[in-house]
Design a protein around this ligand. Sequence first.
Ligand code: PXP
Length: 281
Amino acid sequence: NSSPGWPWRRLTVHCRSDILCAVKSGISTCSICVNLDHVATLRQARLTSYPSLIETARIVDQSTAVGVTLHLREDRRHVQDHDVFDVKQNILKKLNLEMSTARDIVELCLKALPAQATLVPERRQELTTEGGLNVFDDPRNLRQLIATLQSHKIVVSLFIDPTIEAVETSAAIGADIVELHTGAYAQAFLEGRQIDSEIQQLRKAALHAHEAGLLVYAGHGLTLDNVSTVAQIPYLSELNIGHGLVSHAVEVGLRQAIADFSVAMNGPAPTALKAEPILSA
Ligand code: PXP
């Protein structure tokens, strides 16, 4: 693919030729990029230094995940400015910074220089990113911002609703990647409704994006129960997963945490007493 939007020239990805071949053939395996926002949410709830974003980012870095995602929200409700720099300095894999187009956030991005920036819409009152980026209203400004980020060697992804129009506009304004919003699919799944039309929409958008020379990622509301159907969509090569994955980590990690606290309180559990040989008289 020789389109100017093709990002591999700028993005250092492990085994990129393997991924490229797989994506081209449409039989790729899907990678995870782990969103650590809700580790920061837990920390900010008490304004403590734990759980540590640096430590959890290192765990992600040493896992099979392709990188760490942080969303620096304008209200700084979870990730703080210093987290972006701290995490970037402590991982070898990519840092993907989710961000709005607000001027101070863009300035911080240009200082921190993450490998990837994902442009997202942002409303202060929302619990989480509720819809895709509006790529239609001001494409000229968006194109300019994308070019500025790319000139700093930052690969640019746009978080969009899974529509053909949004994919086409994203390609036209120079994005490298589109991340398809899976929120509608996740909500239908949660409510036990039919998911066929949402999956069809995601499939069509993914195919269209691939044909337009874009890399195709997806995310939002994905859990252990609903992720496999999305991961099988052709041309989708990466999923951004946060809340569901961190929630699962709490469930599978709680037993170990209780054991660690017990040791801290009472010392290690005594090992079974060795039976003394009974001496015959
Ligand atoms: N992708 C984008 C662009 C997001 O804004 C978010 C939420 O921060 C996610 C993925 C992850 O969503 P979730 O936390 O529901 O897995």
